[in-house]
Design a protein around this ligand. Structure first.
Ligand code: AMP
Length: 317
């Protein structure tokens, strides 16, 4: 199934307690595409400036990501800089430079318009609407953030009214719905039209609420080593939609399974800066962590191998 993403392609400068990078490849569309490509062909709609390094562009091509919809305009690439304290769930923005994003008018190549799954990644909601008007997808997922909730609330509401699934972190859900309780906030957002809301809760995983207020929790994978949480949300979306594009299973179980794959892929992203870990991760590693995550949450007695059963029993003996 064809998968399209619109979002930022950025040069990120990020500092965490575990290191820092300058002008690293980032942006919501980049993280999404490098996550989704492990499951399905992915087309990218976005814009970069003259300063965007050729070697970054080459990474997209080597990763089999279709960049026919990635425009290069005169001017500078979108830049984001931020930092994280030991609370890695909260990104602190230092600077956002929209640059070429201000002159961007997406014009989708012919084959892009047939895309069946569309991810409206975090970007100006006016651009999200523009892309949506050029496609007629089977399933549309929307992401956004405080920056746009504060500046373009009305346009964002227009997009929310048109999509199937909204994906926001818990602070953004509360900020948009203007209420603390997440289920009450979910009701307000779902009343606008979407079929489901997925609330990202950083290291605590993701929670889906549907119109019947049925809830599903996908835990985050517990990691011993983590360097940079930037892009975790977009990678979750990439694993989620990529898996759906690969399986075409839109049943409730299929959607839930896709959320677990979203969690798995995001867990690799945060192990290194930028998209580095998404470049090196293998299908076997993804499958392995999927099985581990299942084992972590299964209530009945469940062991992958006889020796791990034995280890488990010994630990509790
Ligand atoms: P996340 O998955 O939420 O951690 O997204 C991280 C990416 O969002 C970074 O690589 C940034 O380049 C990008 N970003 C930061 N601020 C904005 C913004 N206002 N609009 C679009 N993308 C942004």
């Amino acid at each position: 199934m064809s998968l399209l993403v619109v979002g930022t392609v950025a040069l990120d400068s990020v500092e965490t307690p575990f290191g820092r990078v300058e002008d690293a490849l980032g942006g919501t569309a980049s993280y999404f595409a490098f996550a989704a490509r492990h499951f399905a062909d992915t087309k990218i709609v976005g814009v970069v400036g003259e300063d965007f390094p050729q070697e970054y562009l080459a990474l997209f091509r080597q990763g089999n990501i279709d960049v026919a919809g990635l425009q290069r305009l005169s001017g500078k690439t979108f830049r984001w800089s931020g930092y994280y304290d030991y609370d890695l769930n909260t990104a602190h923005t230092l600077d956002t430079q929209l640059n070429v994003l201000l002159d961007f008018h997406p014009k989708l190549p012919g084959d892009y318009r047939q895309s069946e799954l569309v991810f409206l990644g975090n970007i100006d909601p006016a651009l999200q609407l523009d892309v949506l008007s050029q496609t007629s997808p089977k399933l549309t997922v929307l992401d956004s953030m405080n920056f746009w909730i504060e500046r373009k609330r009305e346009e964002l509401t227009r997009v929310i009214e048109k999509v199937d699934i909204v994906l926001l972190n818990e602070a953004e859900v509360r900020q948009y719905a203007q209420t603390y309780n997440l289920l009450a906030a979910a009701r307000r957002i779902l009343d606008l039209g979407p079929r489901a809301l997925i609330i990202k809760k950083g290291e605590y995983g993701a929670m889906m609420v549907d119109r019947n207020v049925d809830v599903f929790m996908a835990p985050a994978f517990p990691l011993e080593s983590l360097k940079d949480p930037t892009g975790a949300g977009d990678s979750f979306a990439g694993g989620f939609l990529g898996h759906l594009a690969g399986t075409r299973d839109f049943s409730a179980a299929g959607i839930r399974k896709a959320m677990i794959y979203g969690s798995v892929v995001a867990s690799f992203t945060v192990e290194d800066f930028s998209i580095n870990r998404l470049l090196s991760v293998t299908r076997e590693e993804i499958a392995g962590r999927y099985n581990d995550l299942k084992r972590l949450t299964f209530l009945d007695h469940y062991c992958k191998h006889a020796d791990s059963c034995e280890r488990l029993e010994l630990a509790w003996a």
